[in-house]
Design a protein around this ligand. Structure first.
Ligand SMILES: NC(=O)c1ccc[n+]([C@@H]2O[C@H](COP(=O)([O-])OP(=O)(O)OC[C@H]3O[C@@H](n4cnc5c(N)ncnc54)[C@H](O)[C@@H]3O)[C@@H](O)[C@H]2O)c1
Length: 430
């Protein structure tokens, strides 16, 4: 194998032959020539390494949230199969956040009635990813593929729309949680702002353009104290960064409706609970702590007023999602005035019966048959609001939304699921 020196100074006869036994001058000249060439090569190598490293770090930072676990003929076939409809006039829906709490329920309900579903989720570790994986397996058992990938992966998003002419997008992927925004604000910007824009850009360019139904939140009402909350009320006083990103999402989606004619429906969910729920939510962590004999902290608002929430059972939310998808209308495309303006709408999806948090704990105690150890504290300024209450008349009028599950019934179903999922023997608890 030739050495580097041999490569730089070839010894092929007739080209350049080094005579090792010659005088000092020649040696000096050779040495000088060799050093300067080496120097240039060294510079070249350093520059090459530096540009490689900076490219690598660019790719790494861009791909921090992405996985390369997609692609290939087999994968494409699975996507197409998953998106196939099984009823006349069925929809092909891309469900983002499909391994999440609401996304998994909506995906199953769509598939059950014969719609095609492709899921997308980045399986981040905001809460235990094994719960997301378990939901993915459940969906898989019903022939629903959940692609592991990030909303911000432009290539992946474009690929999905290349493979399937989605009629609707149910956009549920987001960084949820009010308090976590104080710990990791950039995750909210990443998913709820940048990810939303990437999704809208993809939908804008898709042909046909899908109608979009997406999850806003009751948190947009922020410091609004007029109850019940109506879609006509103020939403310009968010109490948390989470709420601010959801409000920004409403403004951003409005822009895409206005400029590009995308049909957009925003759903303002009110404290959704139920089986396969989110471990960061109070009803879930209370259950865990009560069963483990740990003290639970119950916050109070100003003047020792109990906090209250319009808790809404997952099955009611799913009906609201399907109703809004069914009436979501068609996008008109940019400048598409022929079919009239594409709809832009926001709806409250709540239960209309706020329940105080101590009452929620009483119900859990009853279903679990364990007494909770309670600690009452004043609510810290962490973005929570004292009270939520939905006026749902708009959703009722538009797509017949009518919640039917009260908190007693809904929590009973949640507790049954919780005990079974986490392997509690009922006799251990009761
Ligand atoms: N659960 C509620 O009470 C409630 C209330 C109001 C609004 N919402 C909204 O409803 C939607 C669904 O909420 P949920 O309770 O099912 O939450 P969830 O956290 O269980 O589901 C969201 C899913 O999105 C995924 N995700 C997050 N960022 C992503 C990204 N950049 N790319 C791909 N996937 C990503 C997560 O991994 C997660 O599985 C969210 O938009 C949430 O803000 C929920």
């Amino acid at each position: 194998m030739p050495s580097l020196e041999d490569e730089l100074f070839p010894s092929t006869p007739g080209k350049f032959k080094i005579d090792r036994g010659h005088n000092i001058n020649r040696q000096f000249h050779r040495c000088f020539a060799s050093t300067s060439t080496m120097f240039i090569w060294a510079l070249f190598l350093i520059a090459l390494t530096a540009s490689y490293l900076s490219f690598q770090s660019f790719v790494d930072s861009g791909n921090r949230y992405f996985t390369a676990s997609w692609g290939g003929i087999q994968w494409e076939k699975q996507i197409r199969n998953s998106a196939k409809t099984n009823r006349p006039g069925g929809m092909s829906v891309l469900v983002t956040g499909a391994a999440g709490f609401i996304g998994s329920h909506v995906s199953l309900a769509l598939k059950k009635r014969g719609d095609g579903v492709v899921g997308l989720d980045n399986f981040n570790n905001y809460y235990d990813p094994s719960l997301k994986k378990a939901r993915q397996s459940l969906l898989h058992s019903q022939a629903i593929l959940v692609v592991e990938g990030d909303l911000n992966d432009v290539k992946l998003m474009a690929k999905l729309f290349d493979l399937v002419a989605f009629t609707q997008v149910m956009h549920l992927a987001a960084q949820a949680g009010v308090r976590y925004a104080m710990e990791n604000p950039s995750s909210y910007v990443h998913s709820n702002i940048a990810g939303l824009v990437t999704l809208l850009e993809t939908c804008k360019s898709a042909n046909p353009q899908p109608a979009i139904v997406w999850a806003s939140s009751s948190s947009v009402y922020g410091l609004n104290d007029k109850v019940p909350f109506s879609e006509l009320d103020r939403t310009d006083q968010p109490a948390s960064l989470y709420a601010a990103t959801k409000k920004a999402g409403e403004e951003i989606t409005h822009t895409y409706n206005h400029i590009y004619g995308l049909a957009i429906t925003g759903l303002r969910f009110f404290t959704v609970y139920g089986p396969w729920g989110r471990p960061d939510m109070a009803y879930f962590s209370f259950t865990r702590n009560i069963l483990q004999g740990k003290t639970i902290t119950i916050y109070r608002g100003k003047n020792k007023a109990d906090l209250a929430r319009d808790f809404t059972y997952i099955d009611d939310i799913v009906k609201g999602c399907l109703g809004s998808l069914d009436t979501s209308g068609r996008s008109t495309g940019s400048g598409g005035k022929k079919r009239g303006p594409a709809p832009y709408r926001n709806f409250n999806l709540g239960n209309t019966t706020p329940v105080k948090v101590p009452t929620l704990v009483n119900i859990l105690e009853k279903h679990l048959r364990v007494k909770a150890k309670r600690k009452i504290m004043e609510m810290p300024g962490n973005g929570d609001v004292p009270y939520t209450h939905a006026n749902i008349s708009l959703a009722r009028r538009e797509f017949g939304y009518k919640p039917t599950t009260d908190l007693q019934t809904g929590l009973k179903k949640f507790v049954r699921w919780y005990l079974s999922y986490y392997g509690y023997n009922r006799k251990d608890v009761w």
